[in-house]
Design a protein around this ligand. Sequence first.
Ligand SMILES: [Fe+2]
Length: 474
Amino acid sequence: MPNPTITQGLPCASDEPLGSARCPAPSVQDIIKQDLHKAPAVLTHENYEYLGSDDVGYGRYYEQSFFENEMEKIWGKTWQWVCREEHIPEAGDHYVYEVGYFSFIIIRQQDGGVKGFVNSCLHRSTKLRKGEGIGSAQELRCPYHGWTWSNEGDLKSVPCAWDFAHVDPDKFSLPEVRVGQWGGFIFINPGEEGPDLMEYLGVLPEHFANWDLDKRFVELHLAKELPCNWKTAQEAFLESYHVYETHPQLMAGVGDANVQYDIYGDHVSRFYAAVGVNSPHLSNPLSEQELVNAMLVGDRSVLNDDLTVGEGETARIVMARFLRQTLGEKYKSDLSGFSDSEIIDTVEYHLFPNMVLFPGLSLPMVYRFRPIGMNPGKCLFELLFLRPVPEDGEAPEPAEPHYVGENESYSSAPGMDPAFGAVYDQDTDNLRAQQQGFMASRKKGQTLGNYQEVRIRHLNKTIDKYLDDSIITK
Ligand SMILES: [Fe+2]
């Protein structure tokens, strides 16, 4: 790999409006204009918004009082995805979803609908189902004293009922939470107020209209407990600024400093990174053929004539052609309708508070970040790969979550590409030190880039709006 030497230097004041500066390299929009199969309209616009330059305070990452406020006003009042439809296909199938110290049971009903309940017995609070994940039952029976509810949430029986004459069964139905469905995902919202799911999703249904996430299956599901706040972990995946220092091996083939960042209302943001191009940081740019040879994704054992850059071609055109064919064959899907960009590029959407979606076909991930228990300094990071359901067959069963130990490499997980696992190791290895640094610092907050780190500011601004009640009460 060529030596990266860089556009380093020191900041200097400019008369230009804050937020207007960009990396001098070609933009993503410049790059995709050269493609053979042109990108759709949802990818050919920009929607950046300058959101200010003030520091983002460190206390929000470790203070117990801030954490408690988030539990009540964010995790208790926003739409959050629980599981995929295929996790609970039959009546009585349920999924226990936990976030911080909240716990919910989401149950498939006889009529095919879905209901969500607070996972806590109305007798003396014991969780009706212990632990996160999939289960199936005809009824919900408390393991402590045997109070029992139907899967519709109605109280069915109380042992020694003669002792509970003061209990009105009509007032002892399990507390219900709102449920919504989109893109093959089941969401809940524990709060009673605020928009329905489709309104909350903003531009997502329109942007994902041709990306068919409901026609995908969970190929791989990894989970890792991280020694940091849920925001600390999530923010490591909202910008590409860190690629230069954290993932230098990715610079041969990803436009990192010239990633596009977009903001869509309070709940949605995205980044859009061009793949198959040189990083603007590289002083000795790779040739188009070298860029193809450095390709990290796809089955590189099939090195053949398909990977030769022909006259008038770019690395991107060759990579898109190759991956359109090999991924199409592997997943028995016709990918001829997808543009080069949708095949090879990294487009990442964030849905507030904690969902990250990659609709592209070569790296089709979903992330989720959740607080664990009472501790602001711990979170669960999940990584799923969603692959197309074969057009000629049944969807495979969703992969079971595989828990990666804190000191284990992602590469050790069965089914994880080792080179890709190393990227996640690099990402998560920074987080303990950052979380500790919040408290060690004499400075009060994070100083963010106006453009490249705008999604971190956007996340925190939306958190602030929920905490001061300016969104939910609309
Ligand atoms: Fe990263």
